[in-house]
Design a protein around this ligand. Structure first.
Ligand SMILES: [Zn+2]
Ligand SMILES: [Zn+2]
Length: 477
């Protein structure tokens, strides 16, 4: 049954490994038992994410990645999503309602997990009365470029599918005029604690693999996903206004998922940058389609009127997007309206090619975590070398300033940064040995419309290192 399901699926476009389903038998549970409800399962391959399917609620179940001796493993309480539709061909009793959950581990070479079950479930497992399957989702190499798409006016920077290594959809795209914006969460708590852009991108990729090769959908369900760092990832392939699979109605709605678990028992809460990203995305779409974010309209796929910006639970029986995210909806609608009234968003990304340089700089391409195709670097302890960006400010307001660099052990731990605004110089430094491959916020500052601030990086830190000039971002708040 299981192998038939796989045979029906076309091969992925690249050499990416597909997830492996392992239906757990009574013998598997007995072999894995370590006492006190703990079960150690060895993976059939190196994996990064683990899906768990069960015919029972998973409340009280915990999953942990065994760590070397003496270290405390991080245990994730598993809470399933009971509102999923059954996958045809999935093993287990026919007609049974399954719950599933997905957990990601930041380490790449993970080879085993520990499942901790409450006593009643553990007893059922050992007696062969629990239908349960593990889905091992492999590490897939990310496509290199982390470059956002070219931005249309008013559209926030979005990381395209190529940046997170999407597999091509296995169906043709359908289109509906967008009238609504739906809020979801991914119900995966481990996504919320991710610490880097590349971890978030891998999580998006694992979600797609899980949606496609486990649930049998033709692509990732959401139109967009927002990570805890406020980065927006393109979801469903096909471009603007493509119909996703996110709330059962779909036609006319742009599905946006916050990556995390904003409900009991995890009770994570939306970061400010996640909310900003949602506002940017919704304001762009509402402005483009003349949608009133404070009103309601006919939702074609649903066949009734619905608030134009709604939560998944408004149209389906589900906790999604979680109490804590849902509570933000009224305020977010107001902020979306304010954003439209103020003329949209400004989000300037300046790659190293747009900077000017003095002194001796080299072009590098080999460092992991670079922005775009290359970066510039200069040695410390040599003649003064400066990289300067001088963006024009299109709208007055408060801007968040961020820098991106590829980290490395030979980078200067004190790379000097200077910002010249209206004759005033602000100075600081960053440690380029750390926090590579992501936007690092330097601070916020107000600019007048038409201002031309100058931001510079120089090689005057401690000698024996290199400083890197890669990319600068100015985002209006
Ligand atoms: Zn949802
Ligand atoms: Zn992120």
């Amino acid at each position: 049954m299981l192998s038939l399901l796989f045979l029906c699926l076309p091969q992925a476009a690249d050499s990416a490994q597909l997830p492996i389903h392992q239906e757990l038998t009574q013998a598997d549970w007995r072999a894995a038992a370590k006492g006190q409800g703990r079960f150690l399962f060895a993976a059939p391959m190196s994996f990064r994410s683990l899906g768990v399917w069960s015919s029972r609620a998973m409340d009280g179940v915990q999953i942990a990645h065994p760590k070397p001796h003496g270290q405390t493993p991080t245990a994730w309480p598993l809470v399933g999503q009971p509102d999923l539709t059954e996958v045809p061909g999935f093993p287990g009793p026919a007609g049974q309602r399954w719950v599933s959950a997905l957990v990601h581990f930041p380490q790449n070479q993970t080879s085993s997990v520990v499942l901790s079950l409450p006593p009643s479930l553990a007893a059922m497992a050992l007696q062969g009365d629990l239908s349960c399957a593990l889905v091992w989702v492999p590490v897939n190499p990310l496509a290199a470029a982390q470059l956002p798409q070219t931005r249309a006016v008013g559209k926030p920077s979005v990381y395209a599918r190529t940046s997170w290594g999407a597999d091509p959809p296995q169906c043709s795209a359908g289109y509906c005029t967008t009238t609504h914006v739906a809020m979801h969460h991914t119900a995966s708590a481990s996504e919320y604690v991710s610490t880097s852009w590349s971890e978030c991108a891998s999580n998006v990729q694992a979600n797609q693999a899980y949606h496609m090769y486990t649930r049998g959908w033709c692509d990732i369900g959401y139109n967009y996903l927002i990570c805890p760092h406020g980065d927006i990832f393109e979801g469903r392939g096909g471009g603007d206004d493509v119909v996703g699979a996110h709330d059962g109605a779909n036609c006319g709605s742009m599905g946006v998922a916050f990556m995390g678990y904003f409900h009991s028992p995890h009770n994570q809460s939306l970061t400010q940058v996640m909310q900003n990203a949602f506002i940017d995305l919704a304001a762009w779409k509402c402005d483009q389609q003349n949608i009133d974010p404070l009103g309601s309209a006919w939702y074609a796929g649903y066949g009734a009127n619905m608030s134009t910006v709604y939560g998944h639970r408004d149209v389906s029986s589900t906790a999604c997007p979680g109490d804590l995210a849902y509570a933000n909806l009224p305020q977010l609608r107001v902020q979306i309206e304010q954003k439209i009234q103020s003329g949209g968003s400004v989000d300037l990304i300046l790659d190293n090619a747009t900077a000017s340089y003095s002194g001796t700089w080299n072009t590098g391409t080999s460092a992991a975590g670079k922005y775009g195709s290359d970066y510039r670097w200069a040695s410390t302890g040599t003649a003064l070398a400066r990289a300067l960006w001088s963006p024009g400010i299109p709208q007055s307001g408060t801007y968040e300033i961020s820098l991106w660099w590829p980290a490395g052990s030979n980078r200067s731990p004190q790379t000097p940064i200077g910002l010249l605004v209206g004759g005033r110089l602000y100075q600081g430094s960053v440690n380029q040995q750390q926090a590579g491959g992501q936007w690092n916020v330097l601070g916020q500052i107000s600019f007048a419309s038409g201002a031309t601030p100058v931001l510079g990086i120089e090689n005057t830190g401690p000698s024996g290192y290199v400083v890197v000039a890669d990319a600068l971002r100015l985002r209006k708040l």
